[in-house]
Design a protein around this ligand. Sequence first.
Ligand SMILES: Nc1ncnc2c1ncn2[C@@H]1O[C@H](COP(=O)(O)OP(=O)(O)OP(=O)(O)O)[C@@H](O)[C@H]1O
Ligand SMILES: [Mg+2]
Length: 380
Amino acid sequence: MDPGTALSRRSRAAAPAPPPRSIPTSHPVQASYERPLAGIALTSLLMAVDVALDIGTSHTRLATSQRGVLFDEPTMVAIDTNTGVVVEVGHGALDLVGRTSRHVIVFRPFNQGATVDFDVTSRLIASLFDRAGVSKMSRARVVMSVPSLATAIERRALRQAAIQAGAREVSLVEAPLAAAIGLGLPVQDPVGSAVALLGAGASEAAVISLGGIVTGATRRLGGNDVDAAIATSLRLHLGVVVAPSVVEMLKCTLGSALGRTAGLSEVVLARSVDRGELVEVEVSAELVNSAAYDVLNSTVRMIQECLSDTPPDLSQDVSARGMTLVGGQANLRDVDELVATATGVEVNVANQADLVVIQGLQACLEEMASLHALFRSADR
Ligand SMILES: Nc1ncnc2c1ncn2[C@@H]1O[C@H](COP(=O)(O)OP(=O)(O)OP(=O)(O)O)[C@@H](O)[C@H]1O
Ligand SMILES: [Mg+2]
């Protein structure tokens, strides 16, 4: 079963055009080093493709200004280690997990919001560029999100991975800012806008005013850590191991940040730890909710930290205008109410919460394109 079942279905429905499942298989990263020849510089400029890219711990999204969201699939890459060729990315790579021969390995090149495998990340980006129609001749201008907690080295690695994949210009936008833009908040005004981004590997809260983050708080944890805690509880209390996709399904169907699902349960197929045989086990909502407790507690403390550091004038704005939750984990049942009760601020969950960052990056692209058009018209 697809681990991102709920998320993927929803996200795919949200994309304007369903992405093609077949992808080009070969991405010689080396080729991306080639610089455009002086004689074709003008042609390359005319072929400029603007790309927005949000690479996350669990999902990667790509959009272009003309075609909208083209890719919204798991951050996974299957590579043939004999030839170095990318066999599949996204859903295709996920489908190969546990079904490949020894020389094809499925990588997850992102963890806690940062790249953990530079070369694989670069190959993933090169595959996505192919989908977006970025050729070696194109002058790809890329806007990418980066968690505000990313270190200088992590930012440089991300930028370099995109350049190695063929990007000519890379601009990084901090994810909470991209989210606020995606929500249509007045980020340039002297008004406090509060967002909390709850992802799979990173969580961030920020108050934004005059185009920048005024106060922020971050944690390198998210939905993946909730899944890990549920898997640990299943092993400890029921003596079974289940597939990651099943763990995620249990979280989405039984989880409630306020424990309101108590009494519900799901029967799932699992492997017993001691004998290794397949068994059916009944998993209760209580098990899921108590496993999620620590991560949710830490997330709430992060949001409280951010709000308590906010200058008084902006605090008033936040009290009056509320806070918006974005990111996949914002879809966890009752999480908005949990945050509202803990902070005293009105909280709402964004529509298509997991797509808000890529929508913000897309808006940045459109601004960038119009600015470039201005420069070109002044350049005659
Ligand atoms: N309905 C739901 N209930 C609970 N969790 C959910 C739900 N839908 C999605 N999630 C979780 O949201 C997370 C994915 O969120 P998102 O796509 O924002 O993460 P990401 O961008 O890949 O990661 P990050 O930005 O942290 O690197 C997953 O952990 C997923 O299990
Ligand atoms: Mg994300």
